[in-house]
Design a protein around this ligand. Structure first.
Ligand code: SF4
Length: 111
C-alpha cells in the first residue's frame, strides 16, 4: 500500500461522519459557509500555477470543506471536474473508489 492510498483512505474514513446527512443539508452548509461562496468585498480569486496550489489557497481553512467534498463525490462521482473540497479532480478521482468502499450513503448520484 502506498502513502497516497493511506492518505485517501484516511479522508474516506473521515467523511463517514457525513454518511447519513441528506444532500440538501450538505448543499445548505456549503452555500452558507463555504469560503468561496462569500468572498470578501474587493478580494481577487487566488492565483495559482496548479490545481493543487489552487485547492490549498481556495479551500484552506474553509469550514465546509468536508461537506463540499462529500457532496461532490455524491453528485459527480468519478466524473468530477475542478477544485472542490480542498482537492483537485485527479485526487478526488483517486479518492472515489476508497469512498465507495465505505458503503451506503444517505443519497448517492452517478458513479
Ligand atoms: S471547500 Fe473549497 S470549493 Fe468547497 S466551499 Fe470551501 S472553498 Fe469552496
Amino acid at each position: 500500500m502506498y502513502a497516497d492510498d493511506l492518505w485517501l483512505i484516511g479522508i474516506a474514513w473521515r467523511l463517514d461522519r457525513l454518511r447519513w446527512v441528506p444532500s440538501h443539508v450538505l448543499t445548505d452548509v456549503v452555500t452558507s459557509e463555504g469560503a468561496c461562496m462569500w468572498p470578501s468585498p474587493g478580494s481577487e480569486p487566488p492565483e495559482a500555477r496548479t490545481d493543487s496550489e489552487l485547492a490549498k489557497r481556495l479551500c484552506g481553512g474553509c469550514p465546509a470543506q468536508d461537506e463540499c467534498l462529500e457532496l461532490e463525490l455524491r453528485t459527480a462521482g468519478a466524473a468530477t471536474v475542478g477544485v472542490w473540497g480542498g482537492m483537485t479532480d485527479d485526487d478526488r478521482r483517486a479518492l472515489h473508489p476508497h469512498w465507495l468502499r465505505r458503503g451506503e450513503r444517505a443519497e448517492r448520484g452517478p458513479r
